[in-house]
Design a protein around this ligand. Structure first.
Ligand SMILES: Nc1ncnc2c1ncn2[C@@H]1O[C@H](COP(=O)(O)OP(=O)(O)O)[C@@H](O)[C@H]1O
Ligand SMILES: O=P(O)(O)OC[C@H]1O[C@](O)(COP(=O)(O)O)[C@@H](O)[C@@H]1O
Length: 308
């Protein structure tokens, strides 16, 4: 089973506008609401790809009800815990550029945290746990550390998709799979990254620390995988980007869906890229038919130090 934990799920409110003028009245030409938050997105895509998944985390109020209802409609297993307040609304403005305003989120108390930890009692060595997204300010900032320790005590594999200082501190636990984007990778090492060679150089540093699968995503440029199997560059297909929100989460889901089937990291990367790009090319997250079509257009090569 692939469990996902989203500490701060959201309603993603996507507004499309012809143009956006700051300080003026703007009118949207199209609006959409989606259940969001990184782990929720991973579970939604995993379900669409036919993988066994359950979404854990905290939801609250009318927005929390919306999230639960949408996941139920999509038959995504949920073990979401209800807390008081309201789940956040994350506004995604699409007017040429994409501008995001992510909300705050409800108060999560100690008893809710204990309930979440209790839910992890049944983990086994066959399980994966995806920890993804930001930590709400009301939760102990060391929560990911506590959750990772619990997962690893049970022998479950930890997948981490977060950035900033949180990621830096958690490398010590050697998660099984991490997926920083190239900007997060640069921030991690306090450098500017300008070439694939540099991406590979810093991904190797992470792999050398004991992280089995390091995937560095590079939006329209695809991703690099540094793993025991080798180093791979996957190029993303070209297409019309409709909504790149959740593209990174889709990459994580596609990678895991394929990895649990075949155990091959390079095949998993290819599937991950197809999923990420299929999401970028659609309004909502990718569907499995879109992923299969996109898969034919993903090219993957072993990295030898220069593009062939
Ligand atoms: N403009 C794009 N064109 C094609 N594929 C894209 C585009 N943006 C994102 N993707 C796909 O989604 C994956 C993750 O995107 P990225 O933006 O790097 O992640 P994150 O959302 O975590 O920052 C990429 O590796 C690629 O497969
Ligand atoms: O937890 P955070 O960092 O605030 O991010 C939450 C947001 O990230 C998303 O999960 C999208 O993430 P990606 O575009 O990185 O895949 C949205 O659904 C959600 O609004």
């Amino acid at each position: 089973m692939i469990y996902t934990i989203t500490l701060n799920p959201s309603v993603d409110y996507v507004m499309e506008l012809e143009s956006f003028q700051e300080g003026e009245l703007n009118r949207a030409k199209q609006t959409n609401y989606f259940p969001g938050g990184k782990g929720i997105n991973v579970s939604r895509v995993l379900k669409r790809l036919g993988a066994n998944t359950a979404a854990l985390g905290f939801v609250a109020g009318f927005t929390g009800n919306f999230i639960q209802q949408k996941l139920m409609e999509e038959q995504v297993n949920t073990l979401l815990l209800e807390v008081s307040g309201e789940s956040r609304i994350n506004v995604k403005l699409k007017a040429g550029d994409e501008t995001e305003i992510n909300g705050t989120g409800p108060i999560v108390d100690e008893s809710a945290i204990s309930s979440l930890l209790n839910q992890l009692d049944s983990l086994t060595t066959d399980d994966f746990v995806v920890l993804a997204g930001s930590i709400p300010s009301t939760i102990n900032p060391r929560i990911y550390e506590i959750l990772i320790q619990k997962c690893q005590t049970k022998g479950a594999k930890v997948v981490l998709d977060t950035g900033g200082t949180v990621l830096k501190e958690l490398l010590f636990y050697k998660p099984f799979f991490i997926k920083p984007n190239h900007l997060e990778l640069a921030e991690l090492f306090g450098v500017a990254i300008q070439s694939i060679d540099e991406v590979v150089y810093y991904a190797k540093k992470l792999h050398d620390q004991g992280i089995e699968n390091v995937v560095v995503s590079m939006a329209g440029d695809g991703a690099v995988l540094y793993t025991g199997e080798g180093v791979y560059l996957a190029k993303a297909p070209k297409g019309e980007v409709k909504n790149s929100v959740g593209a990174g989460d889709s990459l994580v889901a596609g990678f895991l869906a394929e990895y649990v089937k075949s155990g091959g990291a390079s095949e998993a990367l290819k599937f991950g890229i197809a999923s990420g790009s299929a999401t970028a090319f659609s309004h909502d997250l990718c569907r499995s038919d879109e992923v299969l079509t996109t898969l034919n257009e993903v090219t993957i090569e072993k990295w030898t130090g220069k593009e062939e």
